[in-house]
Structure formats: structure tokens, C-alpha cells
Design a protein around this ligand. Structure first.
Ligand code: AVJ
Length: 327
């Protein structure tokens, strides 16, 4: 129809694409260069992350899965507190493989709650609704498709019931410590007295165990990092040669910072769209942090940002905790 005015058509995907481009170019023009791990998860990246979770070295998923399958009652007891109705809001629900055990348990207990998964992927929310309605009959579900904090506002506007927030998978580890504090402080502002946060932390432990989880024998983590270069080639018209970079992983047992880098193997110039980026031989591009915490550091993060750390539930090895914080 010739009357359609194309100018008024807004395009969420175009905006996301523009932001991706801006953040990649800015990161590569900064000294030292960096890229953002939130961009690891394109279609190929999702598959590689699935493979990471299945590697023998990558203990995080197994540890938290053990907590959700073996200590479900403890988790439920901690979040049910007053037996008042509540909304169970999951930040970055994904396929909810861990939380579905808790959901099933709560439904069996006749708990009065609505599950509100938040995810940036609308597709994941649709698939989740379809699957959970079959697997857990009687589950009340309201899917929220968008950014965490915007969707939390939406959850608050939909219902004024007590909120229980799930933030699992050690995803807080993908933030620098200072960013993690800011995140908790922002989250606190969206909550009310009596609300609860259930948050997963990967703990400091034998540094060799941590390093191997991110520096696996088969090079799957390396492929996961290098895949971002291919994503840039595909989506931003780049010409990275992934063979001209190698993955390099570090773990600092004092700070708990586990960081990945890509190292340029030679002096090289890479083009991304119209931009040219120069790399020196052995120059590092900082890719990702997976921060590890001591128990008292996790408690300290609660206290400093307006939460009371009331309990933490570890796996049987004591490698990972789901902490329960109350507002
Ligand atoms: C999804 C953030 C929990 O940091 O352990 C795994 C991502 N990166 N291997 C983590 C990741 C490399 C993972 N989190």
C-alpha cells in the first residue's frame, strides 16, 4: 500500500543491531580493547554454551542443579516465609531447567504464586509457556519479554503481591564486582520490605578446578570466545580471521576474578563495516569475567545494598551457593 509511511515503522531488531555495532566498535577502539560477553549468545553461541554445560570440567550447572533437585524443600521453605501469596520472578529464565524443580514442588504444596519468567528472548518465553503448561499443570504463568529492570516495573504494575526474585546460574559473575554491587542496589530499589532474592554465587575454591572449567581440554570455551569474532563477521560485515587469535584464560585466587582474553597472534588489521582496527602481535582483547566470591563477600554484597543475607544453600561439594536475601 503506497500510503504506508515507512518512516514511522520502528524496528526493535534494528535498534539492537545498532547497539551491537556501537558497543563492538567502541570496545575495539578502547585501550585496552574489550568485547562484551553478553554478545556470545547467538545461535551458534547458544549451542556452544550448551556444550560447555555438558563438559566434565564445567561444574557450575551440575552444582546448582543438585541444589534444585536435592534441596528443593529447603529452597521452598526459605522463599515461602510468611505463607502469603507471591510472584516468583525469574531474571533470565531461559529454559528454566533448574527452576522447574522448584515450581513443581511449590505447585505440589499448593503454594499460591504466579511464575513470572523474564527473558530478553520472546521466543524462549513462548516455548517455556508451552512446555511448562504441559509439565506442571496448575502452574500460573505470566511471561515477561524484555530487559530485567523494565520487566520488573511491569511485574510490579501487574500485581502488588510479595515478590520472590530468582537470579540463578552464577550470572552475577559476569559482572565486575563493582557492577554487581550497582546491579544489586538497582534491584533493591525495585523491591519492597518482605521481598526475597534467591541468587546463585560460584564460590572461590581450588584455583585449578576453576581454571579448568574455563580452559577445557577440547577447546570448547575457546570456540565459544572465538565465535564472537564470527558473529561480528556475519552481522557487522567484518573480516576477522579467527585463526589469527587464541583464547587465553586467567584466574586470580586473591580477587576471585576469572577472565578470558583473545590474543592476536600477529600484527594485523581487521575491517568491520567501514571501520579499520589494528592489532599488535600479542595484543589482548578482554572478553569476559566470571567472578568467584567467598561466602563473606556474598553476604557483604547483600548488606551493602539493603538486603539481609538470611540463608545460603550449598551443593554437597560446597562449590556453589544459592543465597537467600531478604529486603
Ligand atoms: C553463564 C555467566 C554463568 O561465567 O560461568 C561459561 C558463562 N563463560 N564458560 C560463566 C561462561 C565461559 C557462564 N555464565
Amino acid at each position: 500500500d503506497e500510503n504506508i509511511n515507512m518512516e514511522t515503522v520502528s524496528c526493535a531488531d534494528c535498534e539492537a543491531h545498532q547497539k551491537f555495532e556501537d558497543e563492538i566498535i567502541t570496545g575495539l577502539k578502547t585501550n585496552p580493547k574489550h568485547l562484551l560477553s553478553k554478545y556470545f549468545y547467538d545461535q551458534k553461541g547458544d549451542v556452544l554454551f550448551q556444550q560447555i554445560m555438558n563438559m566434565p570440567e564445567y561444574y557450575l550447572t551440575d552444582c546448582e542443579m543438585e541444589i534444585f533437585t536435592q534441596k528443593t524443600g529447603e529452597l521452598a521453605g526459605a522463599i515461602k516465609a510468611f505463607d502469603a501469596p507471591f510472584d516468583l520472578v525469574e531474571l533470565g529464565a531461559g529454559d528454566a531447567t533448574k527452576s522447574s524443580h522448584l515450581l513443581q514442588y511449590l505447585v505440589n504444596q499448593n503454594a499460591d504464586f504466579t511464575y513470572m519468567p523474564i527473558d530478553i528472548s520472546g521466543n524462549i518465553i513462548a516455548v517455556l509457556r508451552e512446555r511448562l503448561s504441559g509439565e506442571i499443570p496448575g502452574l500460573d504463568l505470566v511471561g515477561l519479554n524484555g530487559e530485567y529492570f523494565e520487566m520488573l516495573d511491569k511485574a510490579n504494575s501487574i500485581s502488588s503481591r510479595r515478590k520472590v526474585i530468582l537470579f540463578l546460574g552464577g550470572n552475577i559473575g559476569n559482572m565486575e564486582v563493582e557492577e554487581a554491587h550497582d546491579f544489586c542496589s538497582e534491584l533493591r530499589k525495585k523491591l519492597n520490605p518482605g521481598d526475597i532474592l534467591l541468587i546463585g554465587f560460584d564460590l572461590k575454591k581450588d584455583p585449578d578446578i576453576i581454571l579448568s572449567a574455563y580452559n577445557d581440554e577440547k577447546g570448547i570455551t575457546a570456540a565459544f570466545n572465538l565465535n564472537l569474532l564470527e558473529r561480528i563477521n556475519n552481522e557487522l560485515d567484518g573480516n576477522f580471521n579467527r585463526n589469527a587469535f587464541k583464547h587465553y584464560q586467567t584466574y586470580d585466587p586473591l580477587s576471585g576474578a576469572c577472565r578470558s582474553y583473545l590474543i592476536s597472534l600477529e600484527d594485523q588489521q581487521v575491517r568491520i563495516g567501514n571501520e579499520l582496527i589494528n592489532f599488535k602481535e600479542n595484543e589482548a582483547v578482554y572478553m569476559e569475567i566470571s567472578q568467584k566470591y567467598a561466602l563473606d563477600e556474598a553476604d557483604g554484597m547483600a548488606l551493602k545494598n539493603g538486603f539481609k543475607p538470611i540463608n545460603h544453600i550449598p551443593d554437597s561439594k560446597g562449590w556453589f551457593i544459592d543465597a537467600i536475601w531478604k529486603v
